[in-house]
Design a protein. Structure first.
Length: 261
């Protein structure tokens, strides 16, 4: 007979946020698999106090959503039962503190190596970002390039979109996947915008004057073809983008990290 204390422990309720997201039954299955690694339908049904039919129905939904996978383990005669486990995507359902860890790393670099040590890391990160973005931003047409950039950013959790007007375009990010880090280290925003500028190519000028980290409702970049800027000399608010590898490093710019890069 199964120890009732074991059943009670195994059937510990899922976090309220998980229940509201998935529903009580599926949340209980996800929580059980998180605690135990994997289980068969029968091993899920007993501690959760629901039928095997209900378990299979919930597992079908979780599998379709990419949160659960199954594997079969041969065990003698007969059809081996499927054993279910969480996917990597399911780990995102549980609290993560990557932002705190990343912030502590940047704090350490600044404390131990000084601001130049921090900027050296951000320049290194910028080169990696540019390399990745250039693989995604390949179109000849500027508007298409911007759409490709927005798609790449959205796929990384930044919820980006492009709009056109006047002499250029606006790239808007309504979510920042590294918000907590950027809030404490605004240099990150400046180097990120510099990466966008380099990925888009030398025929454009990019400025960023609003960020979520500085309290704005979105991160907003203005992108203007350089030939359009020459055709409109009266517009003097923006200047050509600076390279973080030059002395006019965006993180040390007099006008601040939210301005033209």
């Amino acid at each position: 007979m199964t120890d009732q204390r074991t059943i009670a422990r195994d059937a510990a309720p899922a976090a309220p946020s998980l229940t509201s997201l998935l529903g009580e039954g599926r949340a209980a299955i996800v929580e059980h698999l998180r605690r135990h690694g994997e289980a068969t339908v029968a091993e899920l049904a007993e501690p959760l106090g629901i039928s095997e039919v209900a378990v299979r129905r919930h597992l079908a939904v979780l599998t379709e959503d990419g949160l659960v996978e199954a594997r079969t383990v041969p065990q003698g005669r007969g059809r081996p039962p499927s054993r279910y486990h969480l996917t990597d995507a399911a780990t995102q359902l549980f609290p993560q503190r990557y932002d705190r860890f990343a912030g502590e790393v940047l704090d350490f670099l600044a404390d131990e190596l000084g601001r130049e040590g921090l900027r050296s890391f951000l320049r290194w990160r910028l080169e990696r970002q540019v390399e990745t973005l250039r693989d995604a931003v390949t179109a000849e047409d500027l508007h298409e390039r911007l759409e490709q950039l927005a798609d790449a950013l959205s796929a990384s959790g930044f919820d980006a979109s492009v709009s056109s007007g006047g002499h250029g375009f606006t790239l808007t990010q309504e979510h920042c996947a590294i918000y907590d880090v950027a809030k404490h280290h605004p240099e990150v925003c400046a180097y990120e915008a510099a990466a966008f500028s380099r990925a888009l190519g030398g025929d454009v000028s990019l400025s960023r004057r609003e960020t979520l980290a500085d309290g704005s409702s979105a991160c907003v970049c203005t992108i203007t073809p350089k030939d359009a800027r020459r055709a409109a000399p009266s517009e003097t608010n923006d200047t050509d983008g600076a390279d973080p590898n030059r002395s006019d490093d965006p993180s040390t710019s007099r006008s601040g990290p939210g301005d033209e890069l």
